[in-house]
Design a protein around this ligand. Structure first.
Ligand code: FMN
Length: 207
């Protein structure tokens, strides 16, 4: 398995980079090939296709997630290249986690509504003195990743509503839509195809 940590920070050798190094070490201990890459808003993120797992991480400055990571999602081609990727994310900040989860994580998640987010975490700046928190983040990410991969072998079940919708489309389109939806559910690790899953998968079958 190959993972890339895409991060941003204004501080060279600051807390975000130190956390990333600790995450990288723990991933490597668990036999994951890992690389890190610092975000630039307008960089080309095509290289992400070579990785199975993408971990996004950044600090918060003045109530906003660090600008190059946000910029890469908003102005750059990161979002397109993250399509159908398994993602974990973390933020470092000085705000208590329950508030940061409401104030800051949505700044990233709003751009990733079609992605499977395995784990999301707020790290306080002091986390480096508590390496257990970083280790357990990595172990949670790996466990969620493996769960997703295992559920791929089980075919997704169609809910009655989703099945009714499928039957309502012209019959010559049904088998194409059915396979595309099942392929999407498999990629995302869903074991149930609901109307919401069909809605999210509609890019796959052309709207
Ligand atoms: C200039 C500056 C602004 C900050 N603004 C916020 C903020 O608005 N909310 C917050 O929770 N933490 C804020 N912090 C705390 C940082 O998010 C936190 O210290 C983070 O770990 C810094 O990461 P770095 O060492 O990679 O720069 C700020 C820190 C700095 C230096």
């Amino acid at each position: 398995m190959k993972a890339v940590i895409l991060y941003d920070s204004r501080t060279t050798n600051g807390s975000t980079e130190a956390i990333i190094d600790a995450i990288g070490l723990k991933l490597a201990e668990n036999d994951v090939y890992v690389e890190k890459a610092k975000c630039k808003a307008l960089a080309d993120y095509g290289f992400i296709r070579d990785f199975d797992l993408v971990i996004l991480g950044a600090p918060v400055y003045y109530f906003l997630v660090s600008s190059q990571l946000l910029g890469a999602l908003i102005q750059g081609n990161l979002k397109q290249n993250l399509k159908r990727k398994k993602i974990a994310m973390f933020l470092t900040c000085g705000t208590p986690d329950y508030m940061a989860a409401v104030l800051y994580l949505p700044q990233l998640k709003i751009h990733l509504v079609r992605n499977k987010i395995l784990v999301e975490q707020i790290f306080p700046s002091s986390v480096l003195t508590e390496s257990d928190i970083i280790d357990s983040f990595v172990l949670d990410v790996l466990s969620e990743y493996h769960k997703t991969m295992k559920s791929r072998v089980v075919s997704a079940r169609w809910t009655d509503e989703a099945q009714d919708w499928l039957e309502s489309v012209p019959s010559f389109l049904q088998s194409k839509i059915k396979s595309a939806a099942e392929e999407y559910a498999e990629e995302m690790g869903y074991n149930e195809i609901t109307c919401d899953v069909l809605d999210a998968a509609k890019d796959k079958f052309g709207g």
